[in-house]
Design a protein around this ligand. Structure first.
Ligand code: ADP
Ligand code: MG
Length: 776
């Protein structure tokens, strides 16, 4: 034991020497100087002593003040200085993988080290970490997975949760688990950090934990709302753009406190704003048409026009454009590349910043553009608080962010861009004032801003809880609803019950809420349970490749493009992939065609000929690899592709596997004189998205299984596959023998709901037969 202690002590001493050598080197001094200029540095002593004296500390400070890069480093350095270096283990969680990677790179560089020495990172399926790594940046999900096998976080000395204000599902979940853990590990330190923080809420959750604030400084930012932007630039909205620019409906859903009558007030204020901008055609529009504005997209034309205006009329300085998501960003980028100024690399450096960018691209964001070249960064809300771009002077804010919201009543998730909160708008605005006075252009009228909610609802209150429930079960945290009742803000009981019910229906939980064998596999696959289910069965039935393609395809932006001007051509192109009534199989064909073309270096031509997004195809390609690795982790596949693809060309089997995954997303096809109607048990009549291959002619099958229901005005089904009775009967629902009886009963009930009496009778007898068969 004494020898062991000696080794630890020697290593700690060595770490201190290394640290001192670096700090005294020329390069090290220069970096230290930069670090000392950050506001966080001035609070270093206060932060460290607060952490020493309290188990939980809450730290807030403006974006860019040095929380993420400095505070974990302060802790590490002080441990090293007090010769405890080789015994400390600091974990700092980030809500996104991209920030975990970029921050760890930065911190390692600030310490004059390579990644994987004292500083490392770990994200899903990827990581750099060495034997001597004492500061680890990881995603929240990774820490949760570690808790799965290491309940007490043995050996960990500090847990830092960054960006807690985002209130992601994982972070809220982690807080409950850590709160339970703290009494068991009195020496463990927990630090919560965030830019804008309802510090009181967190402090009282952790028994009045102390709050520290890092004061920052920003230059004034001039704010322009839509009415000013229109006036200033002389841009004219056309009716088409209007549809693009607003989506007020969602705002009311989000802002639940808004009294009913405010809606009409805002609508008329928007009308006034537009009229003031001399938009003549507008007065013809009625209030009703206003409230139906499609919330799905923002005005690319306006953004392009404004960027052009800034390039031609404004002082030098980088422009940061907040868009809703990766798909919007790549579409806008493509558009801008065709512009005489924005597309000219001698005048404009056009960059993107989003969760799935490559790290080479990521580094460019921090570089300054050459003199005379204007840097324009198209970003998601990742640039709101997690990534700081230093030279920004102009901010364009489309006012929206993509988020999953969840309507507990309908059990229907919707992935739509929705209006941001006032806090987010303020954050976005603040990005313009870091180096000099800046300008912020909000592309919505002032009155719309006034109706924004103050804060964003936490994710746990607005999204389906299925994956979370599985996690609770796999961590053996007891009753799901009891556990969730201890959250910072608990989700509605109805939402919890819906999630548990869903997991029972798909066979992941048994009657007593215990994980089934399938459920256990699903906890190892961090994705929506339905996708996990498809992969599991695809592996078992040796038809994995197409299933990997389908699951990946459903996780990225729809690869089938449908440009407004060429809708017919695009539909015809999609139709050649789809003679068998399945959007999912059409995707498989399209992907395989692309893969072949790609081998001959003709992938791009293939995509433009067939109206496919080359970017989505590439994304599918890389996701397939990730999903395969995850599946391999579970032990369900070996590495021999011929084995697990033995039946990959059997379409009937593929349909069955798709059905198994998508159940209970079923709708019945009811033929009528002209064509057919679609009905689900919960919603009654539903419609198909117009780009579905099934939306064209009569469907010669009695059922569709679908991936997603989206509520816009009516309920629309996205991505469906037609299946026959026997497939639904055998593959709808859970698959294990134990559950089969109950399952058939339920499915029987479902069938009876739609069937004519004669057919229902036939099913009754089929059901009895099957039930008898199981009892034998
Ligand atoms: P916070 O977490 O408080 O928002 P950070 O610690 O992320 O702040 O960043 C502090 C400062 O460090 C930023 O203002 C930026 O100038 C600089 N910085 C952070 N990451 C990088 C990087 N990868 N490259 C260059 N500078 C960076
Ligand atoms: Mg940060």
């Amino acid at each position: 034991k004494a020898a062991m202690e000696k080794i630890i002590w020697q290593r700690s001493l060595q770490m201190r020497t290394e640290q001192l050598t670096w700090q005294e080197s020329q390069k090290g001094q220069k970096i230290l100087e930069f670090r000392k200029s950050l506001p966080a540095y001035k609070e270093k002593d206060a932060i460290l002593s607060s952490i020493a004296n309290n188990q939980v500390v809450i730290i807030s400070g403006e974006t860019g003040c040095g929380k993420t890069t400095q505070i974990p480093q302060f802790i590490l350095e002080s441990e090293i200085e007090s010769i405890r270096g080789s015994m400390c283990s600091i974990i700092c969680t980030q809500p996104r993988r991209i920030s975990a990677i970029s921050v760890s790179e930065r911190v390692a560089a600030e310490r004059g080290e390579l990644l994987g020495e004292t500083v490392g990172y770990k994200v899903r399926l990827e990581g750099v970490k060495g034997r001597d790594t004492h500061l680890l940046f990881c995603t929240t999900g990774i820490l949760l997975r570690r808790l799965l096998v290491d309940k007490n976080l043995k050996g960990v000395t500090h847990v830092i949760i960054d960006e807690v204000h985002e209130r992601g599902m994982n972070e809220d979940f982690l807080l409950i688990v850590l709160k339970d853990l703290l009494p068991r590990r009195p020496e463990l330190r927990l630090i919560l950090m965030s830019a804008t923080l309802d510090a009181e809420l967190f402090s009282s959750y952790f028994g009045r934990a102390p709050m520290l604030h890092i004061p920052g400084f920003t230059y004034p930012v001039r704010t322009h709302f839509l009415e000013n932007v229109l006036e200033m630039t002389g841009y004219r909205l056309t009716p088409y753009n209007q549809v693009d620019d607003y989506g007020l409906e969602k705002l009311w859903k989000m802002n639940k406190q808004a009294p009913r009558k405010r809606k009409s007030q805002i609508v008329s204020a928007v009308e006034d704003a537009l009229r003031a901008a001399d938009f003549k055609d507008y007065s013809a529009q009625t209030q009703e048409s206003l409230s139906c504005w499609n919330p799905d997209c923002i005005g690319f034309n306006l953004v392009e026009y404004l960027l052009n205006y800034i390039c031609q009329n404004e002082r030098p300085g980088a422009v940061l454009v907040f868009m809703t998501g990766w798909d919007d960003i790549s579409a806008l980028k493509e558009k801008l590349q065709g512009h005489p100024i924005m597309g000219d690399t001698n005048q404009v450096l056009l960059l993107t910043c989003h969760g799935s960018m490559a790290s080479s691209e990521q580094r460019l964001i921090f570089d300054k553009a050459e003199d005379g070249v204007r840097k324009i960064v198209l970003a998601t809300n990742i640039a709101e608080t997690s990534i700081t771009i230093d030279d920004v002077v102009f901010v364009i804010d489309c006012g929206k962010a993509k988020e999953t919201s969840y309507d507990a009543l309908n059990n229907t998730p919707c992935l739509l861009p929705s209006w941001i909160s006032k806090v987010s708008a303020k954050q976005r605005r603040g990005r313009a004032g870091r180096v000099q006075p800046g300008e912020c252009y909000h592309l919505y009228p002032r009155c719309v801003y006034d109706a924004f909610a103050d804060y964003q609802l936490p994710e746990i209150l607005r999204t389906p809880l299925q994956s979370l429930c599985l996690q609770i079960k796999s961590l053996k945290l007891g009753s799901i609803s009891e556990f969730l009742s201890r959250a910072l803000q608990s989700p509605e009981l109805l939402a919890v019950q819906n999630a548990i019910e869903y997991l029972k229906v798909i066979g992941a939980l048994d009657e007593n809420e215990n994980l089934t064998v399938l459920g256990r596999y699903l906890t190892m696959l961090p994705m929506e349970p339905k996708f996990g289910k498809m992969l599991v069965l695809g592996a078992i039935f040796y038809c994995l490749d197409p299933i990997l393609t389908i699951v990946s395809g459903l996780s990225v932006r729809d690869p089938f493009l449908s440009p407004l001007e060429k809708k017919d051509l695009a539909e015809a192109a999609k139709a050649q992939f789809s003679h068998d009534y399945s959007d999912h199989l059409a995707l498989v064909r399209a992907y395989e065609g692309w893969k072949d073309a790609e081998r001959d270096l003709a992938g791009y031509e293939y995509c433009s000929k067939n109206f496919l997004s080359a970017q989505s195809m590439k994304a599918i390609d890389s996701l397939r690899k990730e999903f395969y690795l995850l599946l391999k982790d579970t032990g369900l596949v070996d590495s021999n592709p011929t084995t697990y693809n033995t039946w990959s060309y059997d379409e009937h089997l593929l349909r069955a596997v798709i059905c198994y995954g998508l159940y209970p997303g079923i709708c019945s096809v009811v033929p009528n004189e002209k064509s057919f109607a679609l009905k689900t048990m919960e919603d009654g009549q539903v419609l198909l998205y117009s780009n579905s291959v099934n939306a064209r002619d009569k469907i010669p099958y009695p059922w569709l299984v679908f991936n997603e229901k989206i509520k816009v005005n009516s309920i629309f089904l996205r991505d469906s596959t037609a299946v026959c009775d026997s497939v639904l009967l055998l593959f709808g629902g859970s698959f294990s023998k134990v559950d089969m009886g109950g399952h058939i009963k339920m499915l029987g009930g479902y069938l009876e709901f739609f069937m004519s009496p004669g057919v229902a009778e036939m099913y009754q007898s089929l059901r009895r037969e099957l039930e008898e068969l199981i009892q034998m």
